[in-house]
Design a protein around this ligand. Structure first.
Ligand SMILES: [Fe+2]
Ligand SMILES: [Fe+2]
Length: 317
């Protein structure tokens, strides 16, 4: 029978050789193989951080099938820094897989906060973003953007793996995007760009993501909307709820910004200066965040492929 277990070890305490036997939330789980041997690969989290774990053994496939991501499990293993690699928890002991197969651990009231990791300053980001929205000069556009920002926007992640993949990530990414775009406009004062439309476009470019993830336990997981529709279409559909606030031209422009914000990789390439600016700023925020987060996990003086950016990076000594 699974009993409540005290949270004695946190991600931030784990180093090479640390013996781990404590509850962690499981963010992701899959079955992988190395030199013909299957292992359970999971990402564990608590309020201090996120760490990868690898458990080898005969029951790896069974354990991988049994895991419900977002739930809390007893994790048994040892902190390890492989040659040229990053810190992880590893175990070749069957008891680690048995502990997973025992099932999820129950949490007492309020304990779930111990397992939610986010580096985002959720309240500060929300108020900074709202101030920028309040600076939109066109009253109807300002009200339109404010109406679109419901409470899901502030808690939702921006992605599952690539960038801003934590609670509050969507708001943080949207705030970075609008601040980058406005600073580019300040740097290029002769450029004729509609500031109001840039703010609206940056803030709402990924709004469809609020429909793409479901909160399960301590985690957000992609849902059927993510798999079958994706965020661009959802965003364009969602903003229609408030379209009566906009002129036809405003609605067309904002739809175009959302539709084309993936730039040359999207189905529609940007055609307006505002849409190109949103695309540039979005790319800068997402790319740099993934690179910086990857570098956190790379030892100084080493070149390694990052998990988020999937780029080879080198950490300065
Ligand atoms: Fe996007
Ligand atoms: Fe984005």
């Amino acid at each position: 029978m699974v009993i409540n277990m005290e949270k004695t070890v946190y991600v931030k305490d784990i180093t090479n050789g640390t013996v781990v036997d404590a509850p962690f939330a499981v963010k992701r789980a899959d079955l992988r193989a190395k030199r013909g041997e299957q292992y359970l690969h999971i990402t564990v989290a608590d309020r201090t951080g996120v760490l990868e774990a690898k458990f080898y053994g005969e029951k790896a496939a069974e354990a991988a099938r049994s895991i419900k991501t977002g739930q809390v499990y007893r994790i048994i293993g040892t902190g390890k820094v492989p040659q040229g690699g990053s810190l992880l928890i590893e175990s070749e002991n069957e008891e680690s897989l048995d502990a997973i197969l025992e099932g999820t651990l129950p949490l007492s009231a309020g304990e779930d906060m111990l397992y939610i990791y986010t580096p985002a300053k959720i309240e500060e980001n929300a108020s900074e973003l709202q101030k920028i929205v309040a600076s939109i000069q066109n009253q109807n556009l300002r009200i339109f953007v404010a109406c679109c920002l419901d409470s899901r926007f502030y808690e939702c992640p921006a992605a599952i793996r690539r960038h801003h993949e934590y609670i509050g990530g969507l708001c943080e990414h949207s705030l970075e995007t609008v601040k980058i775009a406005l600073s580019i406009m300040d740097t290029m004062p002769r450029t004729k760009i509609n500031r109001d439309m840039v703010i609206a476009g940056c803030v709402l470019h990924d709004i469809g993501k609020i429909f793409c993830f479901d909160k399960v336990g301590q985690n957000y997981v992609p849902n059927d909307t993510y798999n079958l529709i994706e965020h661009i279409t959802m965003g364009i559909m969602f903003i229609d709820e408030y379209k009566s606030l906009l002129t036809d031209s405003q609605l067309l422009q904002i739809r175009h910004i959302i539709q084309s914000h993936h730039g040359i990789y999207g189905d529609v390439v940007p055609l307006t200066a505002e849409a190109w600016l949103v695309n540039e700023a979005d790319g800068a925020s997402s790319r740099l965040r993934s690179i910086v987060d990857d570098l956190e996990a790379i030892p100084a003086g080493q070149k390694k492929k990052g998990l988020h950016s999937e780029k080879f990076l080198w950490k300065a000594i």
